[in-house]
Design a protein around this ligand. Structure first.
Ligand code: NI
Length: 258
């Protein structure tokens, strides 16, 4: 049974077939899905899918690309209320820093402020975090180090093996998207080789990042097996073992016992 630990079914690209597609997951060996939020509205959507489908869980959070118009005093209590509104919410995410899209120093400072506020919320609620770190490795590390009681996952991991080693020490998991199926993904393969299997998770980040040979198409959890295959190949392990362990890792992190 596969666990897609990161997929965005609130995306408009799923409007025409969302329920049908999600309903088809168990018969396609996708036994668990975690749908993170990227703002208040998508966090509410995530919770609604988690309440509708027993194999879907939710995270709530404000994504670093979506900080425009965020008012922490007003929005953090809303996020907190959402986080405790349903037992299907298992994490705060996705949260973090994105320097690829955000070049302005003031905007970057505000991203860090929003990130820290959500790290504090996760600490208060005892929930793990789902971290988005794009071209902001050092600053992301500095922030997560300030909250040693909080742990979680760096999703769509894009850092070096050295940076991965530091995150492992801090208790974080690393999760990989379709990028590890691309021919030129040498750095990601190096990290996968170095990180123990009991700290790896797989994800689609659907509808983005479709793995080979579906690159360019709308991604969905149906393709999450490709990331398991890629890890099995890179690490020279049986596919069944990779599927079993990555699912177990996700269940452990997100407190899922079923
Ligand atoms: Ni995402």
């Amino acid at each position: 049974m596969l666990f897609d630990t990161h997929a965005h079914y609130d995306d408009a690209r799923f409007d025409s077939d969302r329920d049908l597609l999600l309903s088809s997951m168990p018969e396609n060996h996708v036994g668990l899905i975690l749908n993170p939020g990227c703002d208040i509205a998508s966090s509410k959507q995530a919770i609604s899918y988690a309440e509708k489908f027993p194999f879907v869980y939710a995270a709530v959070g404000i994504h670093p690309e979506n900080i425009e118009g965020v008012d922490l005093e007003q929005d953090m209590p809303i996020l907190e209320a959402l986080a405790v509104s349903s037992p299907r919410v298992r994490a705060i995410g996705e949260i973090g820093l994105d320097y690829y899209w955000m070049k302005e120093p003031d905007a970057r400072r505000f991203q860090a402020e929003v990130f820290r506020a959500q790290m504090r919320l996760a600490g208060r609620l005892g929930l793990p975090v789902i971290v988005h770190d794009r071209e902001a490795h050092l600053d992301s590390l500095t922030i997560v180090e300030q909250y040693p009681k909080v742990h979680g996952v760096f999703h769509c991991y894009s850092g070096s093996a050295e940076f991965a080693a530091r995150l492992l020490e801090l208790g974080y998991y690393l999760s990989f998207t379709g990028v590890i199926t691309y021919k030129n993904a040498k750095k990601a393969a190096e990290v996968v080789r170095a990180v123990p299997l009991d700290r790896l998770m797989i994800e689609t980040d659907a509808p983005y990042m479709a793995p080979e040979p579906f690159r360019g198409k709308r991604n969905s959890s149906l393709y999450v097996y490709r990331m398991a295959e890629a890890i099995a190949e890179i690490k020279g392990l049986p596919l069944e073992q990779v599927i079993r362990q990555t699912t177990e890792n996700g269940k452990t992190l997100f407190g899922i016992s079923a």
